[in-house]
Write a protein that binds this ligand. Structure first.
Ligand SMILES: [Zn+2]
Length: 222
C-alpha cells in the first residue's frame, strides 16, 4: 500500500508540474493531450514519462533536443510521492496534503520571483482556518494569532529580515500544526535555509522551498 501511495503521488506530481508549466507559458492543460518538450515541442514517448526514473535515465535532458528538463519537475515528483506517502484516510490528513500541494506551488513561485501570488496565500489561510476550526477549537489562541497577523500586516514594511509572505505562511502553519511540530518546522527550515545561503552565497534566498520541504518531513511525525 505504501509503495502504491508513493507511485500515485509521483504520477500526480508529474501531471501537476506539466499542467503548471503549460498554464505558466500560456498553454492549455487539455491540448495537446500528449506531453511535449517545452523547447523543441517534440512529443515525449511513453517510456520517457515514467516519474523520477525517466528524469534520471535521461540525466535531466530532452531525448530529442538535449535541452535541460527543469530540476523542479524531479523535485515535484519526489515531493508529491512523499506527500501522498504521508496521507492517512482522515479528513485532517487530507487537509494537510492539500496544504502541502499549495505550499509546493508557492515555493516554485518563490524560486522564480521571490514572491507568490496573493491567491495562494489566501487559499492557505482559508485551509488553515477551516482545519483549525474543525479540529482544534481553542478560540483564545486563534484570536491571539489573528491579532498577531493583523499586526504583521500593519508593520509589514519593517520586517526586512523575513519576507512578509513567509510570515503569513508561518502563522498559518503554526495554527495548523500546533506549537511543537511548528517549532521543529521553524528549526529545520531555518537551519537548511541558513546552510544553503552560506553554501550558495546568495544575498536573498527564496525561503518557501525550505519551509515546504520541512513541512513534508514534519507530516511524517505528527
Ligand atoms: Zn526537446
Amino acid at each position: 500500500m505504501i509503495l502504491i501511495q508513493f507511485i500515485i503521488g509521483t504520477v500526480l506530481g508529474s501531471f501537476l508540474f506539466a499542467s503548471y508549466s503549460r498554464l505558466r507559458t500560456g498553454g492549455s492543460i487539455l491540448s495537446p493531450a500528449r506531453s511535449y518538450c517545452d523547447s523543441c515541442s517534440a512529443t515525449i514517448a511513453w517510456f520517457d514519462l515514467v516519474p523520477i526514473f525517466s528524469y534520471l535515465i535521461l540525466r535531466g535532458r530532452c531525448r530529442n533536443c538535449n535541452q535541460t528538463i527543469p530540476l523542479a519537475s524531479l523535485f515535484c515528483e519526489l515531493f508529491f510521492g512523499g506527500l501522498l506517502l504521508s496521507w492517512q484516510p482522515t479528513l485532517l490528513s487530507t487537509g494537510y496534503v492539500l496544504v502541502g500541494c499549495l505550499l509546493f506551488f508557492m515555493a516554485i513561485n518563490d524560486v522564480h520571483h521571490l514572491a507568490f501570488p496573493t491567491i495562494y496565500g489566501h487559499g492557505l489561510m482559508l485551509l488553515a482556518v477551516t482545519l483549525y476550526g474543525f479540529f482544534s477549537p481553542h478560540h483564545s489562541f486563534f484570536i491571539f494569532m489573528m491579532f498577531i497577523w493583523l499586526m504583521t500586516q500593519f508593520f509589514e514594511p519593517k520586517f526586512k529580515w523575513i519576507g512578509a509572505g513567509d510570515l503569513d505562511v508561518f502563522l498559518c502553519l503554526l495554527i495548523l500544526l500546533g506549537f511543537v511540530p511548528f517549532a521543529w518546522l521553524l528549526l529545520l527550515s531555518s537551519l537548511s535555509g541558513l546552510v544553503t545561503s552560506q553554501f550558495l552565497k546568495l544575498r536573498r534566498l527564496p525561503f518557501l522551498p525550505f519551509i515546504t520541504a520541512s513541512y513534508l518531513i514534519i507530516l511524517f511525525f505528527i
